[in-house]
Design a protein around this ligand. Structure first.
Ligand code: NDP
Length: 288
């Protein structure tokens, strides 16, 4: 058997096109242009690429993009002052502070300072709490993208057994909450899990968010399962080059799974599309 490939790139393009239409409608109806402010502290090359791509896709969707690039030695007080200004700015509906932040800045303090209504990353404790209690907050972008792909692939998820490998605040935990909300039976596995392979083998839906290249093997996967590979790992390739691989051993998994997201081209493109979706949601809520 060869698994169906879940084309996150195509899904994300469709989602962005839909967001563009909704943005135009919101502008026509209320005169409001959704605005996303992205703050980058320092010169981490990977973060700079993410920020650049976010800016391009924000403008392509017809939204306003505000980019704030701060020096690596920026103080916590200066960053908090910028967040306060963005909180108060009516043209800004979404605020994203690119992580990781330099050592002198307390990440949690900065995340807590963002107005939860503008917290398009969904990392503020208010939004974490709303997700856990079934409220209408803003949901972290990567898990939101994963659940969209799963619902598109499988329709109703209720009653399915889901295993999430990874318990980070930005992927694993919110992913588990979203699957629970869809009435899956959810297991969260992590580095202390006993017999991880057996846990994975019980899953109708397997989500890998581990950060270890090709860690999940083909014989850990239940035949016909749907596999969502969140991992993005850069590994050495021929000719001194590098290539991206996921947390799942793709060549093995594709022989067993029913459907699987490739890396790249699976979950990755969904993350920025969901960031735009969250900015649109925040802008809509701001006009009631
Ligand atoms: P973290 O490092 O924060 O979390 C990794 C999780 O994997 C932890 O909960 C850890 O367990 C668990 N883990 C580590 N080793 C093992 C093991 N041997 N067995 C079982 N569990 C293990 O990573 P993130 O959640 O931030 O990211 C996960 C992956 O997703 C990364 O590859 C990252 O690059 C990618 N990513 C992709 C995004 C996208 O847009 N597609 C966005 C965000 C992340 P424990 O808690 O016990 O230490």
């Amino acid at each position: 058997m060869t698994a169906k490939l879940i084309d996150g790139k195509a899904f994300a393009a469709e989602l962005r096109a839909w967001i563009g239409t909704e943005v135009a409608e919101l502008k026509a109806e209320s005169g409001v242009t959704p605005g996303l402010a992205v703050v980058l502290v320092g010169e981490d090359p990977a973060s700079a690429v993410y920020v650049k791509n976010k800016g391009i896709q924000t403008r392509e969707a017809g939204m306003a993009s505000f980019e704030h690039k701060l020096a690596p030695e920026t103080s916590e007080a200066d960053l908090l002052a910028l967040v306060a200004r963005l909180n108060a700015d009516p043209a800004v509906h979404g605020i994203l502070v690119q992580l990781p932040l330099p050592q002198q800045i307390d990440e949690q303090k900065v995340l807590a300072a963002i107005d939860p209504r503008k917290d398009v990353d969904g990392f503020h404790v208010v939004n974490v709490g709303l997700l856990a209690t079934g409220g209408a907050g803003l949901v972290p972008c990567t898990p939101l993208g994963c659940i969209m792909l799963l619902k598109d692939q499988l329709g109703d998820l209720s009653g399915l057994k889901a295993v999430v490998v990874g318990r980070s605040n930005i992927v694993g935990k919110p992913m588990a909450q979203l699957l629970l909300k869809e009435s899956c039976t959810v297991t969260i596995a992590h580095s202390r899990t006993r017999d991880l392979a057996a846990e994975c083998r019980s899953a109708d839906i397997l989500v890998a968010a581990v950060g270890r290249p090709e860690f999940i093997r083909g014989d850990w996967i239940k035949p016909g399962a749907t596999v969502i590979d969140v991992g993005i790992n850069r590994v050495p390739a021929d000719g001194g080059k590098t290539r991206l691989v996921g947390d799942v051993a793709f060549a093995e998994a594709v022989e067993v799974a029913g459907a699987i997201t490739p890396v790249p081209g699976g979950v990755g493109p969904m993350t920025i599309a969901c960031l735009l979706a969250n900015t649109l949601t925040a802008a809509r809520r701001s006009v009631g």
